[in-house]
Design a protein around this ligand. Sequence first.
Ligand code: NAD
Ligand code: DAU
Length: 350
Amino acid sequence: MKKILITGGAGFIGSHVVRRFVNNYPQYEIINLDALTYAGNLANLTDVENKNNYRFVKADITNAAEINNLFKSENFDAVIHLAAESHVDRSIADPSAFVMTNVIGTVNLLNAAKEYWKGDYANKRFYHVSTDEVYGALGETGMFTESTSYDPHSPYSASKASSDHFVRAYHDTYGLDIVISNCSNNYGSHHFPEKLIPLAINNIKNNRPVPVYGKGENVRDWLWVEDHARAIDVIFHNAKTGQTYNIGGHNEWKNIDLIHLLCTIMDQKLGRAEGESAKLITFVTDRAGHDLRYAIDSTKLQNELDWVPSLQFEEGLAKTVDWYLQNEDWLNNVTSGNYQAYYDNQYKGR
Ligand code: NAD
Ligand code: DAU
């Protein structure tokens, strides 16, 4: 049986990756390592938590001793590394945690893999999940390809760029089997309501202002989170060592257009008069250093590994709204902070 360590599996994307691997690969043992920071929530995984091939380990990747002990006792065959501080606004407010988790935490995992795999990388793999933000910002035209130079602007993207460089350095220097993917903005269920789409859904639902930074002219390329999880699956199993793949939705939206689409969907779902939710749109001070536009060219992934996005954005956004409206408890527990109190209590002293 193959033993796979997935880090950050209690978060948004990580929970979708864990679910996919647990359900699709009963022959694998999936160990979900997560520190359960504010962004980690085991309620994201209630449907798989009792499966035989799934286990949760509460651990912090910034703690090298803890990570080394785990590698020593578990003898993993592969790592799929998603644990990170992920929110750009938080990185602007306080970059330190981003350096600790995204850079030092990644190096701790790389060191443990190097140490315990002892140079025998034949059937081992370290998969690093990264972001398109490492490439910086685009103007009105062009797309990021795998050969676009790194040019990160925010403390978040600088920390992710640094971690990508370390992962590549461990391949080039020590021969570690690595793959990296750089993905555009994800959306879907279990997305923490500090990010644009779930925050806007929650605010519209509760008749609160929907903050749009600057003039809402910034463009993001949105991808259904389950399509990202499927891309990670395909790359993990098929990529040659040392390769990088860009993953994106070919789905660019100006923030203001996206919010108007969301308001229209919410009016329909909540039985409101047309245009009612849009009255909540409020333009606020822009994000410092706000990247104008991201757009991913995923031709390499499409041509080499036969992956294409599966969902149209309008359909995916409507499904996302349905999920949040049908999972009020999840949303209320997260926005009230109750989910943290519950896990703090459950893992007291650990
Ligand atoms: P998230 O914030 O929802 O989840 C991050 C998870 O990592 C949480 O469960 C958290 O508890 C855990 N974590 C944080 N610090 C940790 C630590 N020190 N030790 C152990 N666990 C820790 O993030 P997400 O949006 O699901 O992103 C997952 C990964 O995908 C990140 O590496 C991110 O950079 C990358 N990514 C995200 C997007 C996106 O649109 N959200 C796009 C491209 C790439
Ligand atoms: O591109 C991939 C990245 O996408 C990931 O690496 C990050 O982890 C993920 O958080 C996301 O980063 P963004 O900064 O693009 O996502 P966010 O949802 O925070 O913002 C999306 C856009 O909406 C961005 O242009 C900022 C804007 N925005 C955001 C918030 C939270 C607003 O206008 N208002 C808001 O309240």
